[in-house]
Each structure stands twice: as C-alpha cells, then as structure tokens.
Design a protein around this ligand. Structure first.
Ligand code: TRP
Length: 352
C-alpha cells in the first residue's frame, strides 16, 4: 500500500523568504526549471521565468533548465518541428543571458535515467490524486480529448525531472503550487518507504505580474496575442498598434476596470523598472496612441540586444547542438547518481 501522508501545504511565508536564503548561500540550492519546446518564447516568458533564471544564475545558484520534449505530447499528438524548436529555445536562453558554462541546458529525451526514475515514483501516487491535480484537469479540458495516460501521469513525469536532477528550488507561478506539492509528497513517500534519498523541493514563487496578451486575454501562442522575443522591431510596433485599449483618452492604471490599458502600462513598468502608475500619469491625456508608442519603445529597447544575439546564435546550429551535448553530459551524470541512490535504497543495486 502507498504510504498516504497528510499533505503539508507549502507555507507561503517560507516560500517568500526562500529568496533571501538563496541570496545568503546560493551554492546550497539547485534550481530546476523547464519549458516545453512548443514554439518560440514571448514577452511573458521573458518577464516571468527567463529573467528570473538569469538572476538566479548570476546570484551563483546552480541552475538547470530541462527542455521537456517528451512533455510536448502530453496534450497533443503532433510533436511539431522539435529539432528547430529546441535549437531556437537554446538560442533564446543564451540570448537572454543564460550562460552554458554555468547553467545546464539539456533535452529531456537525452537523459534516459529521468524516465527510468518515473517507474518507482509512479508507484507512490494514486490515479485519484492525479485526476484531481489542477494542472492535469486544466490541460485535459484544454485538449478537448479523452485523458491520455501521459497527461494523467504528467505531474509524476515532472517530479522525476525535478527529483532526478536533484533540484531543491523550483521557480513556479502560484497556479503551479499544487503541482509542486505533489512532487514534495512523492519525495517524502519515497523517503518514508525506502530511507532518506530525496530532498523535497521548495517552490520559489515568481512575483512578476501575469502579463496579458494584446487582446487583454491570457498571453498564449495559440491565441496569437503575444510578442515573440524573436519578432522584429517593426513587427512589435505592428502588434502593439493593434492591441485593444478603450475609448477613455486619459491614461490611468486600473487593472480591474481597464485591463488592456493596465497591461500595456505593466509591460512598460516591468521593462523600464518603473511604477506603472507613474508611467500612466506621465502619459496622462496623451491617450492610447502615446501609450502604445511608449510600450513599443520599451519593448524594442529592452529586447534589442537579446534580439541581435539571438539572430547571431540561430544561424549557428552546430554551436547550439554543442551546448545541448555538453548539458546532456552534465545532466546524465547528475541523474545517473540519483538513480543509483534510488536503486540502492530499493535494494536494486545488485549490478553495482
Ligand atoms: N511542465 C513545464 C511546462 O509546461 C515544463 C517542465 C518540465 C518543468 N519539467 C519541469 C518545469 C520541471 C519545472 C520543473 O512549462
């Protein structure tokens, strides 16, 4: 029988001070994060996760980024042009400031030990637990298909990535907290059953606002309302010009009453390090046109260096593949050691 322990909800006060603990002793933590290679990264990724990874890396924390290629097929049957997408992701990571000498970047499929780890972890969860996982629920609804077994077991797959790479800190949005809670439970259940092997990872709440798309809805590729990091300055201007606003001329920061206007102000605020309220006051009666001009300028100014580095990198696939090869070698060594610990704890180390 599975040892069902009472869940310990992640204490938000603890999550909030994690950042200061990391600052004090960056080498004591290992950050694990990942992306699915489903398309190019956009402004939301940049402001949310990407900038945070670079910040943690620059604080001296060992950072690992898993390109979760197998996860692409959790909610769709067509994996898409993976080779191109994976290379593009690497180019965008490096262009944003991830340094492949310090940060491990690898494709999930290249490290079989992580998938092997999934088997014992699967034995520690029930189908009912997986069915009520919010991520599984949301994606099952969005995919409008019967729930596939890979989607059902997706939280375990992710737990295997995190635990298999010895990750102790996982940057997440608030919506993903229940998800990480399951990883923590899996870690504790394993430890209870077989002895101390895993450190339950802590969530690092990313405090950045959820940027909306240019139509005021959630920013997502499928809605076509995003500004891709790789878009040109002209294309960016075009997208921002077409962004929805409202008919009130005076610009004010009122996220509830004027979400689209507030969103453009938030983008400017995030990218220029200013309070969106102050930006609104400055624009005042300038109206939507002035707001959009400033937003375009803020985005294009901020992304210009990233975009030129991205352009240089993207034409050098051999270099990008080299980064992945090197990352894979390092990830393989970490995951191999963890798997060995697991097999030893389970009495499976008969072959050494
Ligand atoms: N599931 C994450 C996403 O959809 C990607 C991911 C895979 C991940 N493995 C991870 C994130 C481990 C954090 C930790 O973007």
């Amino acid at each position: 029988m599975t040892a069902v322990l009472a869940p310990t909800p992640v204490d938000e006060a603890v999550a909030d001070t994690l950042d200061s603990r990391i600052r004090r002793d960056p080498n004591n933590f290992r950050v694990l994060s990942g992306d699915r290679p489903t398309g190019p990264l956009h402004l939301g990724h940049y402001v949310g996760t990407l900038a945070n990874r670079v910040r943690l890396q620059d604080l001296g924390v060992p950072v690992t980024v898993v390109i979760a290629d197998y996860q692409v097929i959790t909610d769709r049957s067509d994996p898409g042009p993976l080779r191109d997408r994976v290379r593009t992701l690497v180019a965008e990571y490096l262009a944003a400031g991830l340094d492949p000498d310090r940060t491990v970047i690898f494709p999930h499929s290249a490290v079989p030990a992580l998938n092997q780890l999934m088997l014992p972890l699967l034995s520690l969860v029930t189908d009912a637990e997986l069915r009520r996982n919010p991520t599984v629920k949301a994606e099952a609804l969005a995919s409008r298909r019967p729930l596939g077994a890979l989607l059902l077991t997706y939280p375990v797959h992710q737990a295997a990535d995190i635990l298999g790479m010895d990750g102790t800190v996982v940057p997440v949005g608030r919506d993903q907290l229940p998800h990480l809670e399951l990883t923590r439970q899996i870690a504790r259940r394993f430890n209870d059953r077989y002895g101390q092997v895993f450190t339950p990872p802590e969530p690092l709440l990313t405090g950045t606002p959820n940027l909306l798309g240019t139509d005021g809805a959630k920013m997502s590729k499928t809605r076509g309302n995003t500004i891709a990091l790789g878009d040109t300055a002209d294309r960016t201007a075009e997208i921002v010009r077409a962004a929805q606003t409202d008919s009130t001329r005076r610009i004010t920061f009122e996220p509830a009453a004027r979400p689209q206007v507030a969103n453009l102000l938030s983008i400017i605020g995030e990218l220029t390090g200013r309070d969106p309220r102050a930006v609104a006051e400055e624009i005042g009666d300038g109206g939507a046109a002035a707001l959009k001009r400033r937003a375009t300028e803020a985005i294009n100014d901020e992304l210009a260096p990233l975009r030129s580095r991205r352009a240089e990198l993207i034409v050098d696939p051999a270099f990008l593949d080299g980064v992945l090869l090197d990352g894979t070698a390092r990830a393989t060594s970490v995951a191999g050691a963890v798997l060995h610990r697991v097999r030893r704890a389970m009495g499976m180390d008969y072959l050494g």
